[in-house]
Design a protein. Structure first.
Length: 491
């Protein structure tokens, strides 16, 4: 007679030396001599095969185990955990054909009650299969069969949102995803089963099908309709499982921004406000992109841009740290919108924004941001002494950065423009002869910085010669500039 203790040591040693197949055969022979194995033997062999990524051998061992039970050679049946481990291994290694065969066998055993599995066992197996399977046809086949079995009363295992979501994740077309989601929604409405309630990930997957690089107004409207349904379902019972999140809002907002017409941008603005209403706060991304859309549109959006920015700042000032602006582009796009409309208060407002950036310790990382401030100062009114001093401080700080060779990103064209803007502001700040010396010193500093950067274009050279006498620039009237002064000129 064979005893448990010696046999377990033999099986352990065979598995350790990679003889799992022979260990399975040994158990079969031992059974003929009266040995009665328990589940631990089969689990050990199966685990060894799975650990070596040999899913086919694991399936072979399980089928032998099942055959011995059905032929009444042993009185213990494989449990759900055995099937789950092997099925996960088969689908995870893309042995889809073998996996589907074993999965059908499992469902048949459950339906015919040849082996009695508990509801939790069956559900656990199915959830693991859905997570492991990457095949669209397999998950669709499994979902269809489960729906049929449930509708015909063959099984009492409940369908869950997770089954539909995993099927949506493997679906290969947007149409398939939309169809699966609609099936889920219809079942939930028809049966009122909370286990079928569409959750946040399934809504997000559905909404994403309408949003792409070439999003139309119709697609954006469909995405918004799904989001509105999500909000309605959440507000009806405050279930966190289907609570709209920033990612869902962001998808729809970006769809409207992509469309870009007046009505679409207004919808995007309204959705950002709706986020705050239900206490889902934008982490600057949607706000920044909407400000960018306003800046790139043809004028008339300053008041809207200011409204969006003010809402974000108000949220932050009221204690919402998620709304704290941290990206200089958020300020830059608003500045561009203000400058494009050339209002009389453009200089003051843009300088205020620059001060806010400094207070929030946001470093301007692009020359475009500096250019917006310079452009606003050159176009706006600088009559008030305090405004003039602020503009002057900004210019001095910028020139100091250039003299220290601090890197400011941006194209050569943008840097060339900055020197042109800078000169116009200096002429505006010091228009009379009484301040000629101060003006010339700053112009000389700007000229030297422009030359050091290799950005002295012909247009810039003429502008500087007109703005200051040759001796202030360190040039003779007829002298030619050095070639290295224009080494980075883009045109």
């Amino acid at each position: 007679p064979l005893f448990d203790s010696p046999m377990s040591r033999v099986i352990e040693e065979m598995c350790r030396n990679r003889f799992a197949d022979r260990a399975g055969s040994l158990i079969s022979h031992a059974v003929q001599h009266g040995f009665k194995p328990d589940l631990s033997y089969y689990r050990r062999i199966i685990d060894d095969c799975v650990g070596r990524n040999d899913a086919i051998s694991a399936a072979t061992i399980l089928k032998r185990f099942l055959r011995m039970y059905r032929n009444e050679h042993i009185d213990i049946a494989p449990d759900g955990e055995c099937f789950a481990v092997v099925l996960q291994s088969l689908f995870g290694s893309r042995k889809n054909s073998s996996g589907r065969g074993l999965l059908n066998s499992f469902l048949d055993l459950h339906a015919t009650k040849i082996i009695t599995f508990s509801s939790s066992e069956v559900t656990d197996v199915l959830e693991k299969v859905f997570r492991a399977c990457k095949s669209a046809s397999t998950t669709a086949h499994l979902l269809n069969r489960l729906e049929t079995m449930y509708d015909e009363g063959i099984t009492n295992i409940p369908l869950t949102t997770a089954f539909y979501y995993r099927t949506m994740m493997t679906a290969e077309s947007e149409k398939s995803i939309q169809t699966i989601f609609c099936r889920l929604l219809e079942r939930y409405k028809a049966k009122g089963d909370e286990r079928l309630r569409p959750d946040t990930p399934s809504f997000y997957r559905y909404i994403s099908t309408f949003v792409g690089r070439k999003c139309s107004a119709e697609d954006a409207a469909k995405a918004k309709k799904a989001l509105e349904l999500m909000i309605e379902m959440y507000e009806s019972d405050k279930s966190d499982s289907a609570k709209p999140d920033e990612a869902c809002f962001r998808k729809v907002i970006m769809a409207y921004i992509e469309v870009g017409d007046d009505d679409s941008l207004e919808c995007a603005n309204g959705l950002i406000a709706e986020m705050e209403r239900i206490e889902i706060y934008d982490t600057e991304y949607a706000t920044r992109n909407l400000l960018r859309a306003y800046a790139k549109s043809e004028g008339g959006y300053r008041s809207k841009a200011e409204e969006v920015f003010a809402r974000m700042m108000s949220s932050y000032e009221n204690g919402n740290e998620d709304a704290k602006p941290s990206n200089p582009a958020t300020f830059s796009w608003l500045m561009e919108t203000i400058v494009s409309e050339e209002g009389e208060d453009a200089a003051v407002r843009v300088l205020d924004l620059w001060k806010e950036m400094e207070c929030l310790d946001i470093k301007a990382d692009s020359i475009h941001t500096y250019n917006h401030v310079l452009s606003a100062c050159s176009k706006g009114k600088l009559e008030d002494e305090s405004v003039r001093l602020r503009a002057l401080k900004f210019i001095v700080d910028l020139l100091n950065k250039r003299q220290r060779n601090e890197q400011i990103s941006g194209s050569a064209v943008a840097h060339m423009m900055s020197y042109g803007h800078l000169l116009r502001v200096l002429k505006k700040l010091f228009p009379d002869e009484a301040n000629e010396d101060r003006r010339n010193k700053l112009i000389q500093t700007a000229f030297n910085s422009c030359c050091n950067d290799g950005l002295l274009s012909a247009a810039n050279l003429n502008a500087y010669r007109e703005a200051a006498p040759p001796h202030a620039l360190g040039l003779d009237r007829n002298s030619e500039p050095k070639k290295e002064w224009s080494r980075n000129v883009a045109y």
